[in-house]
Design a protein around this ligand. Structure first.
Ligand SMILES: [Zn+2]
Length: 212
């Protein structure tokens, strides 16, 4: 099961969100509820393997850890790295930061990187990804914001009203309850699955990809 996938026992408890310091906070907030940028994070239990995997749902803490430590999003081993940079595989809409998006030749993504064997395996396991994915390496990468639940002022408590992606330099960041880190990728070299498969020692054999 992918490392960053959330399990059914890991649903976030209902937290009481209050207005705090020109934004939102928890009524019983703890220091670990915020990251080093002061951003409020969804408080989730860590119970991987309990219940059922919830495909398409991402565990906030493991996703953030994979981004910060450059771990493979599937196996949690080190992401693949060569002179061209760290390996990423992005889907149809690679830029996930709304509004102040990425510049020319850069991508902003909530997808953590991958190791080569997992990239090859997942590209063949998922027809959608096989059709639309871009394999690339990035020499420069930095965390630039978060994706999460966006709140607006309300009475008696702030009201969650949208999912949004916001940069750390955007004042709206104080109104986000974060669920995923966003990474900006620069110094991009676009690759292909054939080259990746050739370099992926130990990868299972798979039929030739279509569309590459
Ligand atoms: Zn892996």
């Amino acid at each position: 099961m992918p490392y960053i996938t959330r399990w059914s026992a890991e649903r976030a408890p209902a937290m009481r969100v209050v207005a705090k310091n020109g934004g939102i906070g928890y009524a019983d907030e703890r220091p670990y509820d915020r990251d080093t940028n002061g951003v409020l994070w969804t408080r989730v239990p860590s119970l991987p393997g309990r219940g059922r995997p919830e495909f398409g749902k991402v565990h906030a803490v493991r996703q953030r850890r994979a981004m910060e430590a450059l771990l493979c999003q599937i196996c949690a081993g080190p992401a693949d790295r060569t002179a061209d940079g760290v390996l990423w595989m992005l889907g149809e809409n690679p830029n996930e930061l709304d509004g102040s998006g990425a510049g020319f030749g850069e991508f902003i993504t909530a997808q953590p990187p991958l190791c080569s064997p997992c990239a090859v395996t997942s590209a063949h396991a998922c027809p959608h990804l096989r059709r639309r994915c871009t394999v690339l390496r990035a020499r420069v990468f930095d965390l630039v914001g978060v994706r999460g639940a966006f709140y607006r002022p309300g009475y008696p408590a702030p009201i969650a009203w949208d999912a949004n992606s916001v940069g750390f330099d955007d004042p709206r960041i104080r109104w986000i309850r974060a669920g995923q880190s966003l990474m900006r990728l620069r110094g991009i070299t676009v690759g292909d699955l054939d080259a990746l498969r050739a370099s992926a020692v130990g990868a299972p054999s798979a039929p030739p990809p279509s569309g590459f």
